[in-house]
Structure formats: C-alpha cells, structure tokens
Design a protein around this ligand. Sequence first.
Ligand code: NAD
Length: 481
Amino acid sequence: MKKQLMLINGKWAESSNDEWLEVVNPATEEVFAKVPVATPEDVKKAVCAAQDAFFPWAKLSPAQRADYLYRAGEIILQKSAEIARTLTTEQGKPLKEAEGEVKGSAKVMRYFAEEVQRIYGDIIPATEAKIKSFVIHQPVGVVAAITPWNYPVQLLAWKVGAALSAGCTVVAKPSSETPLSPLEFLGCFIDAKIPAGVVNGLVGPGKVVGDALIKHPAVRKVAFTGSTEAGKKVMSACSGNFKKVSLELGGQCPLIVFSDCDFERAIKGAVRRSFRNMGQVCNAVNRIYVEEKIYGKFIEKFAQETGKLVIDNGLKNPSADLGPMVSQDALDKVIEHIDDALKKGARIVCGGEKLEGEKFKKGFFYKPTIVVDVNHSMLIMQEETFGPAVGVMSFKDLAEAIKLANDTQYGLAAYLYTNNVHIIHKVCEELECGSVGVNNVDVATINVPYGGWKESGVGQELGRQGLEEYMQIKHIKLEFF
Ligand code: NAD
C-alpha cells in the first residue's frame, strides 16, 4: 500500500500519535494508500515552522522568490505524469485530464513569479510640498490554504503560487478524499530547495485539523475553497482575531441559450460545462434556460451529444471523457436531486442510471443525466448538485431569462450563448455573479480575477487582484525638512 507522509518544516513527517487515514480509488472502491492524520501538536509545529520561515522569506526580493517558483514549476512539469497518476487514482478523473491539471499548475507558478514583479506601490501627492505619502504592499504572513477534492492540485496551486510570490509562507490542508497529489505537488517545492518551513502540508478532517489551523493565532490569512456551508464556519472562525480571508465557495451556475446563437457551439458548451469532471466543478452548469422556440431542438441535440461521452476507469483509459464520481456520498446527492425533480413532474431524456457491465460493477460511476421540464421548486434548480446532472427549462423573453438566472443564493459564474450584442450587454450587466462566459464556458483564467458573489464567496483568486489578497497595504508618510 502506498504511504504518503505530511510535510512539516521541510521534512516528511508521520503523525505524532500514529493515526492514519485510508485513501480510496473511486473507480474500484479499493483502499490504495494511507496518510497520517495531523494532531493539534502537528498543527502547532507546522504553523510555528511557517512563522519562523516568514521573515527571511518576506525579506527576499520578488525576483528572488520568483526564482524558487520558476524552479518548482519546472519540477512540477518533470513530475507531472507521476503526480497525475496519483491524482487519477484518488479522484477519478481520466489521466489526460489529470495531466492537464498538473501541467496547468506549473503555469500558475510561472504566472505568479512574473506578476509579483509588477506589484507597484503608489506615491500620492500631499497637501504640502515637503510631504510625500508612499503606499507599499507587504505580505500578510502565515497563510492557511484549505482545499477541496475536485481539483486537488490546481486549487492548491492557485493559493500557493500567489502566497509564496507575495512573500507569505503556507500551511496547506488538502481534502481527506484526495490528500496524496497535493502533498506530491508540495514536495516539488522541497525539491526546488525552498527554505524549510516556507511550505508545509497537513492532512485531517476539516472540522478538526482545518479548524485548529484556522484558529492558530499565528495564521494571518485563510485561503479557503470548498462548500458554502463550510465557508460560513471558516469565516466565523476567522473573526476571532480578524484574519484576512478569501472564500471560493459553491456555485449553481446557469447557462442561457438564445435562439439566434451559434447552435452547435452552444451544444458543445452545454455538454462540456455540465459534465466535465462528472459535474464536480464549482462553475459547472447546473441549470439551462433555452429560448422557447428552440427548446425541443436543443434538448434533442444536447441528449444526443451527451450520450456520446466515454466513461471509464481513467487509469486504464487515459483519454476517456469522464471517470467515476469521487465517492458514494457525492453520488447519493446527485440521485437525490434527480429523484426530487422526477417526483415534482420533470422527465429524463438522457442518463438517470448507473452504467451496466462488468467493468462498472465497482466504482462510483453514473451516466450523465439531463432532466427537462424542470422548475424552480426543484433541488436541481436551487441547490448545488456537484455531479453529472443538469436541469433544462424554457424561457419566453430576455427579462424572464435574467430573472430565472438570478433566482439563486449563489453567484459564481453564468454562461450565455447569443450573437446579439444588445442581449449580451443587457444580460452581462444584470447577472449577479463573479464571471460571465459569453459564447464560451471556460471563465477561470490564470491572469484574470476569479471569485464569487452572494453566497459563492468573498475575495478573488488568480490575476493581480488574487495576488493582492496575500498582501496588506502600508502608508508611509515622509516629511522632509
Ligand atoms: P468541503 O467544504 O466539504 O471541504 C473543503 C475543504 O475544507 C476540505 O479540505 C475540508 O476538510 C475543509 N473543511 C471542511 N469544513 C471545515 C471547517 N469547518 N473548518 C476548516 N476546514 C474545513 O468541500 P468539498 O466537498 O471538499 O468540495 C466541494 C465544494 O467545493 C463544492 O461546494 C464546490 O462548489 C466548492 N468549490 C468551489 C470552488 C470555487 O473556486 N468557488 C472551486 C472548487 C470547489
């Protein structure tokens, strides 16, 4: 059985009470690895190491820190096949997708290495000639980086890249479902000879280890990605000593399709963003609104194209479109949303069942599912499904489409297919969310801020704005005489 240790103060470490957590392959339901569970003592050690490492790391110039990030990025690329294999084994996405995730994380290191060298301060004109006001950006301090299982390496890379380049040190706590690939990713920084304590990685339940980490007084910033429910607890835990906090939370993202759109493009976008990674994506499309006059045609083609997706064990079939879901719990929620919609009068035009055959006897596999004739009393149109099921309904006019799209507590992303510039302008202005994809469904972009409105989060990741989340502002008022 594979054994992966935690990372504390530059060394691989077992838990101080010898407790272990088992990691399951979701394609086979077999336990294939174990990792230590951090104790309160381990949390303390990791945070103290990060605190000791902070001042020397923060004192390096941005260019000097960038050199470490470039080096780590190169090592991530060299090890991408190995890390991707681990990622697929613990998370389920096909190998090709996992490799894309890991290689993309190397690009994130390069981006922040460059961007941090463009964080300029300000010199602000004063009321008197002998006074100058300088505004500078300084690193916040020790960062707790807490991440989910759906993109275990990528979402950690967004935080670690920004934090390290800004001059912060990090204690990471990945999800217990997928702790291995994030720890292997962090190991690349050790291989890049980053000073001990700058990067640390702990494992354990969020409510215990995550909570202890957040509440440690030396942690000055919490960068959290996860569910809205957990995000609320994290925010309240941060209030104890007013830690800076960014929360990237759940979504319930709408796709609006107008009849004048490029139809093939809209179908392609709908299939990709509803089902990629088995719908286990924060900005996945959960609900689709189609203009009345193309509703029937849209459903027919959407079901036809969805039926072509290849589902398989992603280690055995690296370029399959989809693998299993991450766990039985995640799958149960999907089935609950589908059953609820059917009970309330919806119908299924694609999927709605487990896959048949010997190779799907084990594993959390499920067919991508399209539920039509839905309405907003149904869970699938209100709550985050976070799985391969999407609801589709029609709308009459632009006002109705916008109203339906905004009828949610979430505000992460929305998508729109139309060629009418007036519709684009109106809808983009009125949607209540952090990102809008017009005629495309890929809004998360390295050099552009990404964040949620409403209950989808607080703060930004990526882009210059994402980097500034790891810095604080200082005003230096200088009087000459
Ligand atoms: P989760 O909230 O259960 O867990 C996320 C992480 O937080 C895990 O590491 C977990 O151990 C930890 N955690 C949980 N409760 C905690 C607490 N009270 N204190 C400290 N840490 C705690 O989420 P999940 O099931 O792992 O991931 C799926 C969720 O993540 C979905 O809701 C999805 O939308 C969201 N997500 C959001 C984004 C985004 O960028 N907005 C990206 C990916 C995933």
